[in-house]
Design a protein around this ligand. Structure first.
Ligand code: FAD
Length: 421
């Protein structure tokens, strides 16, 4: 079968690998010169099933309102901007801010995240793919009693859904990562360890998995802008690009935050809005003072990952359209917090700031699988967890295209959940 994969971010590149392994004739189209150059470029690097708590939940509207006027707030939402797509997304988000919806959404996210983590491990074993991976878990740290209490409540919910975490004292946190010695002497109140979670460079993985896809016969066409999908009798017949047109038997949309634009021409309305986030990458000068395990600072809503001799610090979310300019006010909290937690790891003078647009859905669950067009499949809307969910999502799409039953239940993961009452 001739399958076109639209987008070579971590999601599209991984999907291409699974499809090519199945023996399809796979072509990946992307406007960038290499795989993983947009949102998959410098993210927080975590494979974090433990991060399955959705953004929408009880108490979030009040918190978001209080943050609205704080330019460096972890979540910045400006509803007064003229942006009907944001308002429509925001209303759907508000509907998900109940404890019942939070539980349902966490269950769905965890289902695909846990599966994806297992598929990634299998890919690693089969191929020996290298991407600065660290497989010793993710440590969540808490720097005030209130957030630690909230963390333990979430941990109890995750445990019920099949993800156990270990509760640690400040000294036990130092036992897991000696770089926390300084924090333990200042404000660290405790930690939660997710021993099976991991970290690694999503950009490097995108490049390496693309090479493996090419070994299985896939073709990557870079520097191509996709303009339109054409349909006839309920099937996609052609993809129109700035270089001409491509015929196809099946199409996978993996365009991250840009997926809704193309889908809208087909009367498919994908509730995906870009949630802009920032990272800094810092050259480590004193390796023993830098974290070796990936750490989430739950009190500051930031993640730290070790990628070889670099430390990646990522976080913050801003709902402000598709703008990719770097705002120093949003970068500074990342630098400040890294310097306060790991003061001797680096001088924090030469930072590489970056921003990307998380393709966020209002319920924090990706949009996976079939559409009303019989040969069009969606693999998008992965929000904060696209790297975590890339392998499982790619395998699911390959299973659907091959006519196999996916290994996980797809209930609540598809586009149809937004059309139900
Ligand atoms: C600050 C930050 C931290 C994050 N941390 C983590 C983390 O720790 N763990 C985690 O799991 N996730 C994390 N994420 C989320 C994760 O990075 C995303 O969910 C993931 O990268 C989405 O991958 P994607 O392939 O869907 O999208 P993208 O990587 O954006 O890929 C989409 C591709 O489509 C192409 N494209 C779009 N439109 C067109 C067009 N018209 N024509 C041609 N090509 C087109 C783009 O060039 C791009 O290559 C983070 C995100 C941010 C911003």
């Amino acid at each position: 079968m001739k399958v076109l994969v639209l987008g070579a971010g971590v999601v599209g590149a991984t999907t291409a690998y699974f499809l090519a392994r199945d023996g399809h004739s796979v072509t990946v189209l992307d406007r960038e010169p290499r795989p993983g150059m947009e949102t998959s470029f410098a993210n927080g690097a975590q494979i974090s099933a433990c991060h399955a708590k959705p953004w929408a939940g009880p108490g979030v509207p009040k918190q978001a309102f209080l943050w609205m006027f704080k330019p460096d707030a972890p979540l910045l939402f400006k509803p007064w901007r003229y942006d009907p797509s944001l308002w429509s997304w925001g209303l759907k988000f508000l509907r998900n801010c109940t404890s019942t919806r939070e539980h349902v959404n966490m269950d769905r996210t965890l289902r695909i995240a846990l599966y994806s983590r297992a598929v990634l491990k299998a890919v690693r074993q089969r191929t020996n793919i290298q991407y600065d991976q660290v497989t010793s878990g993710i440590l969540h740290i808490y720097r005030n009693a209130e957030s630690f209490e909230e963390g333990r409540t979430t941990a109890a919910k995750l445990q019920q859904l099949g993800l156990p975490q270990d509760i640690l004292s400040p000294q036990e946190c130092v036992g897991v990562d000696a770089a926390l010695e300084h924090a333990a002497k200042t404000d660290l109140v405790g930690g939660l360890l997710s021993p099976e979670d991991e970290s690694g460079d999503a950009h490097r993985f995108s490049i390496e998995i693309s090479k493996l896809a090419i070994e299985h016969g896939a073709t990557f066409d870079f520097g191509v802008t996709i303009k339109k999908l054409e349909a006839q009798n309920g099937r996609i017949t052609r993809v129109i690009t700035d270089r001409g047109e491509e015929s196809c038997d099946a199409v996978v949309v993996a365009l991250g935050s840009y997926s809704p634009r193309l889908a809208a021409d087909l009367n498919l309305f994908l509730p995906i809005y870009p949630a802009k986030g920032y990272s800094i990458s810092v050259e480590i000068e004193n390796p023993s003072a830098a974290p070796t395990i990936s750490i989430t600072d739950e009190s500051a809503f930031m993640v730290f990952s070790r990628l070889g001799n670099k430390m990646r610090v990522a976080g913050t979310a801003e709902l402000a359209g598709w703008d990719l300019s770097i705002n120093p006010v949003r970068v500074e909290p990342l630098r400040r917090n890294a310097a306060s937690l790991f003061p001797d790891a680096a001088s924090y003078q030469n930072l590489s700031p970056w921003c990307g647009l998380r393709p966020a859905t209002p319920d924090s669950v990706p949009i996976l699988g079939a559409t009303p067009y019989e040969n069009l499949f969606l693999n998008t809307g992965h929000g904060t967890l696209g790297w975590t969910m890339a392998c499982g999502s790619g395998q699911v799409i390959a299973d659907l295209i091959a006519g196999r039953t996916p290994e996980i239940d797809l209930e609540g993961l598809g586009l149809d959940r937004f059309s139900r009452p």
